[in-house]
Ligand binder design. Structure first.
Ligand code: GTR
Length: 420
């Protein structure tokens, strides 16, 4: 082998390393209900001192803050309280987009100043035909604003202009979704704000220097936030801008995310009470799915494949789910008494559909404190049947994705919640 060949094969191995680790991590996955270890789920209402909260007030004063702290310190990392300088600039305005149905704006968010700034580009669609202020979906996308809206004339998202990273070509690394049914969303009277999630924080372990997290004092501890924390923070900064717009109904903010962004949407909704509806689409492990079931993707697998998503402390539970002092139903519960929606897809066993449903079910006692209801049975509803309690649920027939079918169910649910 000559020097060039050696260098090339070295480079090839280097580029394949994450792929190998990624493939490796998918081995030995349990898809058999009868192999689920016996486990005890923490009672969402029981405080760390053993006392059980029995009123909404106690929940808000004692249990809710305790759970938020636990999930921050053990799973997602602590969101810094400090502020960074943020500016919003409207770059494009098209008052007659979608054949005159919507006003489209492209708005650049700039975080920080000078060499350290991070930029994220929002594509904003607001219905032109409206009486009064409208509800809004805030949704990250995975392939850029152009792809997800189908409008190839949109500006490229800033992350798209960065040099390619080996992970950008890694099969299966980046999740795929169908384009959003933008026109249909507008026809139903909803506004939409979407942005590429990697504008906020690139999705690979070495991405931290380009993440909004780099604008805060560096933190090395086991509780330091990582990508999911940063993405959740980014949704809140979108909400800051949205709340200042004359067209929005500030009591009708919806945060929605698919898969890894379903995890981030739940975490954003848990922390930021401006989100009235919090939608987790196929969020799986570290999202809505109960970790203690160890069905499909597990804590050890996810931390191995995506070491940059959760805080370091979460690794203490790799293959030790029985030691988790919490489970994901408690993440869903933090949305109460606002509205949570959990959805699965029938072929998405990797995300553990039953674990996702049960998280919604076991979160329900918190809604009950407010005289509200979650799903009434631990039995899963049949594929295609929508649960329309104060917590929503459905299982779409088909693969892991965010499909137009899901959007219809979410809009049906929001119509009900907002009395539209
Ligand atoms: C998978 C990952 C899941 C989920 C998914 C996605 O590879 O294991 O936890 O987040 O990616 O985001 O599509």
């Amino acid at each position: 082998m000559n020097k060039v060949m050696i260098r090339r094969s070295f480079l090839f191995c280097f580029m394949c390393m994450p792929l190998l680790a990624f493939a490796q991590s998918k081995r030995e996955v349990n898809y058999d209900e009868s192999n689920i270890p016996a486990y005890v789920l923490p009672d969402v209402l029981r405080c760390e001192d053993g006392r059980r909260v029995t009123t909404a007030k106690e929940w808000e004063k004692r249990r809710r803050p305790e759970l938020l702290k636990m999930l921050s310190e053990q799973e997602y990392g602590v969101t810094p309280r400090g502020k960074v300088k943020t500016s919003y600039e409207v770059l494009t305005e098209r008052p007659l987009a979608l054949g005159g149905k919507a006003t489209m704006r492209e708005v650049m968010m700039t975080f920080g100043v000078g060499v350290n700034e991070v930029k994220a580009l929002m594509a904003v669609y607001v219905p032109n035909q409206r009486k009064g202020r409208v509800p809004v979906f805030i949704a990250y996308n995975f392939q850029g604003n152009r792809y997800v809206t189908g409008d190839t004339t949109l500006l490229p998202s800033p992350h798209m202009l960065r040099p390619l990273h080996p992970h950008d070509n890694l099969p299966g690394w980046r999740t795929a979704i169908e384009p959003f049914p933008v026109e249909n969303i507008i026809d139903r009277g909803y506004a939409l704000v979407t942005l590429l999630y990697e504008d906020i924080c690139p999705d690979y372990p070495e991405g931290a220097s380009r993440s909004v997290a780099s604008l805060f004092p560096a933190e090395e501890s086991g509780t330091a936030w990582q990508a999911i924390g940063a993405w959740a923070w980014g949704s809140s900064r979108v909400a800051d801008w949205v709340c200042r717009q004359p067209w929005v109904n500030r009591k009708q903010l919806i945060v929605i995310g698919h898969s890894r962004q379903g995890k981030a949407a739940l975490w954003a909704g848990a922390q930021d009470e401006r989100f009235q509806v919090v939608i987790s689409n196929n969020s799986g492990c570290g999202g809505a799915a109960l970790s203690k079931r160890q069905f499909g993707e597990t804590v050890g697998i996810i931390n191995g494949s995506f070491p940059h998503w959760f805080c370091r402390n979460f690794r203490n539970y790799n293959d030790k789910e029985q030691n988790l002092p919490f489970d994901q139903h408690e993440l869903v519960a933090l949305v109460a008494p606002r509205h949570a929606y959990v959805a699965s897809a029938s072929e998405d066993r990797w995300a553990d559909q039953k674990g996702e449903y049960l998280a919604a079910y076991y979160a329900s006692p918190v809604w009950a404190l407010y005289g509200m209801n979650g799903p009434s049975s631990a039995e899963m509803p049949p594929v295609g049947q929508q649960v329309m309690t104060d917590i929503g649920y459905h299982m779409r027939p088909g693969k892991h994705s965010l499909a137009p079918y899901d959007w219809q169910r979410y809009m049906d649910f929001c119509d009900k919640v907002f009395g539209r």
